[in-house]
Write a protein that binds this ligand. Structure first.
Ligand code: RUQ
Ligand code: CUA
Length: 680
């Protein structure tokens, strides 16, 4: 390791660096001995089994929310057990419950590019009150087709998705301020913006330097219900914006963004964006920006973006198309934005719990620079600047630097903090988590992790008072850690005990798709508020049926609306005739149950979407267009009672224009035999 470090420090040219990065990733897979377990179990705590054991019937101490990366979902794991508790679909269709397939939810995935049932979800951030997580909502970004979503932690459902205009690759997102005043979302790619007509304009790719710009969106969050609204954007220089984090305490009015490609290279960024020795950490005073916007400094431009919300009463998603956006230009807003020179091509930016120290994780740098917020304040007063970019002052490096963590490891990506004044950084290339002291910047401990860690989480590790105790590191490469499953292996997370001086490895657990960031929160901040069922008498779905006697099957032209119910263990109606080939049949199924954990499913043969899973008290709509005459069975897909298998029915489809009358029925009701009562 020492040797490697020395060599690494000495490397001069970019190409060699890139080669070193690639080669060392390959090395890690081979460096462990496939038969001997010694290397692979290095650092495992003696009491590991006990430390992660959650006895059957007992609950975990924390919820953790791991992003799913390219699966567009969030997975919820219990900590310390590593039990998978739930998968929450956000930007992806989810056949398991019909999200993105059902008529209720399809609008959630609408964008100005049309229906987009996929995205790359990177960074979950919990909502905040006074700089601490409050367990109300989880905000996540869609990286590819720029979107920000909100998950309600009462129901663990995606309830809102907002498209971000003037953005291309919403990676630098979403970052809540300390009381969710704003969620900030920065663009990764700069693009030419058409200020007259709105949106991404046209330009030759040779005109990158002159015409391309970035944007940072300020999304307002309603204090009561969490609803988002795009208040304004700041149009920033044409760099790439990578990650962000909010200040806290003294720096609470500021948000910091890492940038790369300050060279403004439009091609082969691998080399072109790494020419300068320094890129920037951008600092924006969000309060001042909001004030400028409120006081008339904002311009307005046309826009076209979708805002999708799940209605609380009907449980139906609706889209609104927004046509305007306001923007600020930093050059017209003195004091709002500054640039701090940072090691080239930095990745994560993390602010310590006191709000004084900003750590920039320069993935190509051999040290970890820590900036000082109080020095930055002084540098503003002293005008300790070294030029400007697009009218934005650039600080002198030494005027804002607190110090550097020397030789922290290779390829630092992200840092989180404990409640004892320590930082923990992931080293992608040297495959380790490194613990260091924030005050004296000395490295205290290193723990090898398997392999190539990206993000890490400490519960509350980005708040003003971390919970500490555990660290979860999310690794990019799995190789030999689990039984092989062909060429594709699940990514792996590792749980580490950070309660003592030395880090101790506790647990490996596989994760779904590719987790980037993740957050965790004490279970008692979320569990007591969890919804058990939806109240039937509050169901406002227009086709809801609250009693079996009110069911109906009606025809309007070529559309047949079936307003039906489900309850253990039958559908009403369960016999339908008079549907014709090519009709659009809308099954609006209301689950009449008023009990926890009794969903019913609904699926019909030949439906080319998915099943729909209906929560107790809710109504879900599935659309079906039969293509040929015949008898089509439908059934409940979720084993809900001893007579679940009997929970089925039939639709008779006749030829187009046939005179079979529309009729529906459910056989005569008899008392339900006692065996059908489900366990409550
Ligand atoms: S960023 S580790 Cu979105 Cu680091 Cu993936
Ligand atoms: Cu309802 Cu199975």
């Amino acid at each position: 390791m020492k040797e490697l470090l020395g060599r690494f420090n000495g490397l001069k040219t970019q190409l060699v660096l890139v080669l070193a990065l690639t080669a060392s990733v390959m090395l890690q897979g081979c460096s462990t001995d496939n038969n001997g377990t010694d290397a692979k179990t290095e650092g495992v705590a003696e009491n590991a089994a006990e430390a992660v054991y959650v006895a059957p019937g007992k609950h975990d101490e924390l919820y953790s929310f791991l992003s799913g990366g390219f699966n567009g979902q969030v997975s919820v794991y219990g900590i310390p057990s590593g039990r998978l508790l739930k998968v929450i679909p956000v930007f992806s269709q989810f056949p398991e419950n019909g999200y993105g397939y059902s008529e209720n939810s399809r609008a959630m995935l609408m964008t100005s590019h049309g229906f987009i049932p996929w995205d790359d979800l990177h960074h979950p951030k919990l909502s905040r009150a006074d700089g601490m997580t409050d367990g109300r909502w989880l905000f996540v970004n869609g990286n590819n087709t720029p979107r920000v979503a909100r998950i309600d932690l009462k129901t663990f459902e995606t309830v809102e998705i907002m498209e971000i205009p003037n953005s291309a690759g919403n990676h630098c997102s979403p970052y809540p301020t300390n009381n969710n005043e704003y969620i900030l979302a920065g663009t990764r790619f700069s693009v030419p913006l058409n200020l007259e007509k709105g949106g991404v304009g046209d330009a030759s790719l040779d005109e990158y330097k002159e015409k391309f710009r970035g944007s940072i969106s300020f999304i307002k969050v309603d204090k009561e219900n969490g609803d988002m609204e795009l208040d304004f954007q700041v149009l920033v220089p044409g760099f790439d914006y990578d990650l962000a984090n909010g200040g806290k305490g003294p720096s609470g009015d500021w948000v910091f963004f890492t940038t790369y490609n300050s060279e403004k290279a439009g091609t082969l960024k691998e080399l072109g964006a790494s020419q300068n020795d320094r890129d920037y950490l951008a600092a924006i005073n969000w309060k001042m920006a909001a004030k400028y916007a409120a006081e008339g400094k904002a311009h307005e431009m046309p826009a076209n973006y979708y805002h999708n919300k799940l209605d609380h009463g009907t449980h139906v998603a609706k889209s609104t198309v927004k046509k305007k956006v306001r923007y600020l230009l930093p050059e017209e807003c003195p004091g709002m934005m500054y640039l701090l020179p940072a090691p080239k091509s930095p990745h994560g930016i993390d602010v310590d719990p006191t709000g004084e120290y900003m750590v920039v994780n320069g993935k190509l740098a051999s040290s970890l620079p820590v900036f000082s917020f109080s020095k930055m304040q002084k540098a503003i007063n002293d005008k300790a600047f070294d030029g400007e970019v697009n009218g934005i002052p650039v600080f002198k490096y030494d005027a804002v630097l607190y110090g550097e963590v020397k030789e922290p490891g290779l390829g630092p990506l992200h840092t989180e903090f404990d409640n004892k004044g320590n930082g923990y950084s992931t080293m992608f290339v040297s495959s380790e988590v490194v613990k260091w002291n924030v005050k004296d910047l000395k490295v205290l401990d290193r723990l090898p992790v398997y392999y190539s860690p990206g993000h890490l989480l400490i519960p509350g590790g980005d708040t003003r008072d971390p919970y500490g105790k555990y660290l979860v590191v999310m690794n990019k490469i799995t190789k030999d850690r689990y039984l092989p499953t062909g060429p594709e292996l699940l990514h792996s997370a590792q749980l580490i005990d950070i309660s003592g001086e030395k880090m101790k490895m506790l647990l490996d657990f596989p994760t779904l798709a590719e987790p980037h960031y993740a957050q965790a929160i004490a279970a008692d901040k979320v569990a007591p508020n969890s919804t058990k069922f939806f109240k039937l008498n509050e169901n406002k779905h227009p086709n809801a049926v609250k009693s079996e006697k009110d069911v109906s099957v009606t025809r309007t032209g070529r559309t047949v609306n079936v307003n039906m119910t489900s309850i253990r263990s039958h559908f009403t109606p369960d016999n339908i005739e008079g549907v014709q080939v090519g009709d659009t049949v809308m099954f609006h199924v209301t689950n009449l149950e008023q009990d926890w954990d009794v969903p019913h499913g609904f699926a019909i043969m030949g439906a080319n979407n998915a099943e729909t899973l209906i929560m107790p008290g809710a109504t879900q709509t599935l659309k079906w267009v039969p293509k040929g005459p015949g008898i089509y069975p439908f059934y409940c897909t979720d084993f809900c009672s001893a007579l679940h298998q009997e929970m089925q029915g039939y639709v008779r489809v006749s030829a187009r224009g046939s005179n079979t009358p529309l009729k529906f029925s459910t056989g005569e009701k008899k008392p339900v035999p006692p065996a059908t009562a489900a366990v409550n």
